[in-house]
Write a protein that binds this ligand. Structure first.
Ligand SMILES: Cc1ncc(COP(=O)(O)O)c(C=O)c1O
Length: 299
């Protein structure tokens, strides 16, 4: 979106985020670029999925409250977009989610329900499923993990933006996996332009990790929208590596990248180094889901 004219609703400002080159990371002969998703109005990539899901739900809501499980960014996205579109929103969050997350979602008028903290995001999924099954006339279960509107937002949006912003030169796309919406949708959209583009997933190396927003698939409920067979490769990134890279991006690039962004950049660097060592050129594109200030402790 260009802001040279007034817009009718803030929802029109979702997407069209900048793609920035990360020169300080680049090995010889390979470019690395990152899409800065904190430029979305709600501060994260999840504005894209939430807007797409809410727009698809609108004709079938019939007065029901939109319900979904989320530990963070999706909740904030649903909350502000629900307020903008006049849709009531309820969020199931693990009991230990940060005070700041709860406060932001509540400010926008979202109702928050808590699941067992020990069961993490899978516990929130199970509780949301139960609530929706018990009272289907009250809740519209949006289910970001199964809803095709989630990857579609990226297929129609993120992928086309990357294609245009790189002038069709992108060779590798490296993204973290949470619901899988970003990687599945963007991967499909890019491969429709050129099948040879390599789509590489970044997954936390550990089951219990500190890369908020990312899922360790072998130990999780695997989202229905996530289809590993469509990926070319999966990389394991340790929490420390993601955190160190986030620090490096702040220091060397002036980018206040969050931890999952750090992990995505670490994956992009690994791919770029391998290409460079083989004497191959390449244009590696990654995506930074949100900014580090989402994770600063309250002072
Ligand atoms: C910080 C962060 N990183 C990465 C992701 C993963 O994105 P996706 O759900 O599209 O796979 C999310 C999603 O919630 C997130 O909040």
């Amino acid at each position: 979106m260009s802001f040279s004219a007034p817009i009718e609703s803030l929802t029109q400002a979702v997407g069209n985020t900048p793609l920035v080159r990360l020169r300080s990371l680049e090995p010889p002969g390979v470019e690395i670029h990152a899409k800065l998703e904190w430029f979305n109005p709600g501060g994260s990539v999840k504005d894209r999925a939430a807007l797409s899901i809410l727009q698809k739900a609108l004709p079938t809501l019939r007065g029901r409250t939109l319900l979904d499980s989320t530990s963070g960014n999706t909740g904030i996205a649903y909350a502000w977009i629900g307020a903008a579109l006049g849709v009531p929103v309820a969020l199931v969050m693990p009991g230990n989610v940060s005070e700041a997350r709860k406060r932001i979602a509540r400010h926008f008028g979202a109702e928050i329900l808590f699941s067992d903290a020990l069961e993490q995001s899978d516990g929130a999924i199970r509780l949301a499923r139960k609530l929706a099954a018990d009272e289907p006339e009250k809740w519209f279960y949006a289910d970001q993990y199964s809803n095709d509107a989630n990857p579609r937002a990226h297929e129609l949006g993120t992928a086309q933006e990357i294609w245009t912003q790189t002038g069709g030169r992108v060779t590798h796309a490296v993204f973290g996996i949470g619901t899988g919406g970003t990687i599945m949708g963007t991967g499909r959209g890019l491969k429709a332009h050129r099948r040879e583009i390599q789509v590489v997933a970044v997954e936390p190396a550990e089951a219990l990790h500190g890369l908020e927003g990312l899922k360790h698939m072998p130990s999780s409920i695997v989202p229905r929208i996530y289809k590993e067979s469509e990926l070319d490769r999966k990389l394991s990134i340790a929490t420390d590596e993601g955190w160190d890279m986030a620090e490096r991006l702040i220091r060397d690039e002036g980018l206040l990248a969050g931890h999952s962004a750090g992990a995505a950049a670490a994956g992009a660097l690994q791919v770029a180094r391998e290409l460079s060592e083989r004497g191959q050129g390449g244009i590696v594109v990654t995506l930074f889901p949100d900014r580090a200030d989402r994770y600063l402790p309250p002072s």
